[in-house]
Write a protein that binds this ligand. Structure first.
Ligand code: NAP
Length: 294
């Protein structure tokens, strides 16, 4: 029976640590860190994510601002706003909630963000620094997983880590981070995707499996080995008769895998809250390294 990698509990500890840090800053008569979120359109999931980010800011004592645009906003209007935020001495970090409407080139938007304020860690400069093991903002979800493994002192050195999914924001950076020469890391990494044949042959040999594909209950107990460490990034809204109209379901068949694994993350309460806490951590880092706060 697996033990739980409790992301909710660890994220609360981290937010408490950040709050204590902010209280110290503010008591020295300095302004609190400031995070800005840009939201385009009225996508339900995006609105929930952004509202949660604002709630997290309140919880840790940050200032937060929400900039909303209609889904018809032009690329140039959005770029203009990004230019303002890049130049503002009052803004330490900002995020542009993805996905963006079709008329907007997502790549152009990410490239326009000043890497020093890119608290999502999506800018190629930050991605490159991460790959070269230089200090930088790590993308929040992989950063959250590393922190969870670190807090539970999960041994990753020399282990075989199989990652399912190669997205820019989760799978790909995760594969780089698990293979880095550090703790957590030093794993031998296999990065799998939709063209990987017989994926179970890889997952059955894995000491650590990290799933980020977005397919509810994809990973079953017969696909993992005894004593494996299972990290479930997936969050899919599956419609049902519950009051909300949906339930959040992970990529891992939790009920069967928890009988076989040594450690496992639940959904919800695993990687999700860790991701949220790491955005706060990156914002604090942006504040501390900002040229305006010496
Ligand atoms: P994504 O952009 O949706 O891409 C999915 C990846 O999974 C792709 O690389 C795809 O392969 C691969 N894939 C799809 N079906 C597969 C299969 N049957 N076998 C093997 N690989 C398969 O990925 P994402 O943005 O990382 O999101 C993944 C999931 O994580 C979603 O449920 C998302 O909601 C969730 N998520 C959660 C958090 C959190 O904080 N917990 C954060 C981000 C994302 P190809 O490249 O070949 O298409």
């Amino acid at each position: 029976m697996a033990e739980i990698l409790d992301g909710l509990k660890v994220s609360k500890e981290i937010k408490k640590e950040i709050r204590a840090n902010v209280e110290k800053i503010v008591s020295g008569n300095r302004r609190a860190p400031h995070l800005v979120a840009i939201l385009v359109g009225k996508n339900g999931a995006s609105m929930t994510y952004v509202n949660n980010k604002i709630k997290d800011c309140e919880e840790v004592g940050f200032r937060s601002s929400l900039v909303e645009f209609p889904s018809t906003v032009s690329e140039s209007e959005l770029l203009e706003k990004i230019k303002d935020l890049n130049q503002s001495k009052e803004v330490d970090g900002f995020i542009v909630q993805l996905p963006l409407p079709k008329q907007i080139d997502q790549e152009k938007i990410i490239m326009a963000i000043d890497p020093r304020k890119d608290v999502d860690g999506f800018h190629p400069e930050n991605f490159g620094k991460m790959a070269l093991e230089m200090d930088t903002f790590l993308p929040a979800t992989p950063f959250g997983i590393l922190t969870l493994l670190e807090r539970y002192q999960i041994d990753t050195k020399g282990k075989h880590c199989v990652i399912i999914g190669r997205s820019r924001i989760v799978g790909k950076p995760m594969s780089i981070l698990m293979g880095r020469k550090d703790f957590p890391g030093n794993s031998t990494v296999t990065l799998t995707h939709s063209y990987t044949p017989h994926i179970e042959e890889f997952t059955r040999n894995a000491d650590i499996v990290i799933t980020a594909l977005g397919d509810p209950n994809f990973l079953k107990a017969n696909m993992i080995k005894d004593g494996a460490i299972i990290v479930d990034v997936g969050i899919t809204r599956v419609e049902d008769d519950s009051p909300k109209g949906y339930t959040l379901v992970g990529d891992v068949d939790f009920a069967s895998c928890k009988e076989k694994a040594a450690w496992i993350t639940p959904v919800p309460g695993g990687v999700g809250p860790m991701t949220r806490a790491m955005l706060m951590k990156n914002t604090l880092l942006a504040y501390k390294t900002s040229v305006y706060n010496d």
